[in-house]
Design a protein around this ligand. Structure first.
Ligand code: NAD
Length: 245
């Protein structure tokens, strides 16, 4: 479905991002993953190599606009274009507001919102030059309902939705589609790090009766990245088993 397309995936070293890298490569895209450090990029490349998949990896500081610009320029020099950008890197939170420090709150906003802005800003000029592109963002179920603790996380994901809907309108005349996927509870390290008392009640609220898998989300990204979604932009696609919590 993605023959010849060049895709950049931030947070591509684990969980949803790694599964998306694998699926996109299987659909013949040229995949570039970003991770937070060399070791995690090396580890992801080794995992993918077991399936005979080769991806290019970088580990720029997503909060350093100059470093991002340099990395995107390097990618353009090597691959000539970027067709699809997936802003997927993210961290979550679960502390009550009184226990949340200024640093913890700003760390979430910096990665989940500002990094998305930095990578998108550096990529858009090349998409315009190439007369089109697709930008996909990883939002969350909490971007619709909020959550009862860890206020920084839903705050950041509401911002992801606002960014998605607004940029879709701004970039539509340049033939760039912008959409987001809003996963529910997905079986990744992010969820594994939550206490059992938090996860079990969450799973009980899922009408489909199971936790989601990274490939449930990767499949939604594949659809939105492909020409099958050519008239879809500015959408937040829930992939949550009808969970409403
Ligand atoms: P994960 O923890 O398995 O992966 C997170 C990814 O983000 C990793 O590749 C990591 O390298 C990257 N990352 C983390 N901190 C970084 C930093 N400082 N700089 C650069 N990269 C960094 O989590 P996941 O569940 O695969 O999460 C991926 C996305 O999905 C996130 O945006 C998350 O908010 C969203 N999401 C996850 C769930 C879920 O239930 N797992 C639900 C809704 C939304």
């Amino acid at each position: 479905m993605l023959e010849g397309k060049v895709v950049v995936i931030t947070g591509g070293t684990r969980g949803i991002g790694l599964e998306t890298a694998k699926l996109f490569a299987k659909n013949r895209a040229k995949v570039i993953i970003f991770g937070s450090k060399k070791e995690s990029v090396d580890k992801a490349q080794a995992i993918l190599a077991k399936d005979n998949i080769t991806v290019t990896g970088y580990f720029p500081n997503l909060n350093n606009p100059e470093e991002i610009k340099k990395t995107i320029t390097e990618i353009i020099t090597k691959f000539k274009k970027i067709d699809i950008l997936i802003n997927n890197a993210g961290i979550s939170a679960n502390k009550k507001i009184e226990e949340t420090s200024y640093e913890e709150f700003t760390n979430i906003i910096n990665l989940n919102v500002i990094a998305m802005f930095n990578v998108t800003k550096a990529t858009v000029p090349y998409m315009k030059e190439n007369k089109g592109g697709v930008i996909l963002n990883t939002s969350s179920m909490v971007s619709i309902y909020g959550q009862p603790s860890g206020v920084g996380y839903p705050t950041s994901k509401f911002a992801v939705n606002g960014f998605t809907k607004s940029l879709a309108r701004e970039l539509a005349p340049s033939n760039i589609r912008v959409n987001a996927v809003a996963p529910g509870v997905i079986n990744t390290d992010m969820v594994a790090s939550l206490p059992k008392e938090v996860i079990e009640p969450l799973v009980k609220t899922v009408p489909l009766g199971r936790i989601g898998s990274p490939s449930d989300v990767a499949n939604a990204f594949l659809f939105l990245a492909s020409d099958m979604a050519s008239y879809i932009t500015g959408e937040i696609l829930s992939v949550d088993g009808a969970a409403r919590s």
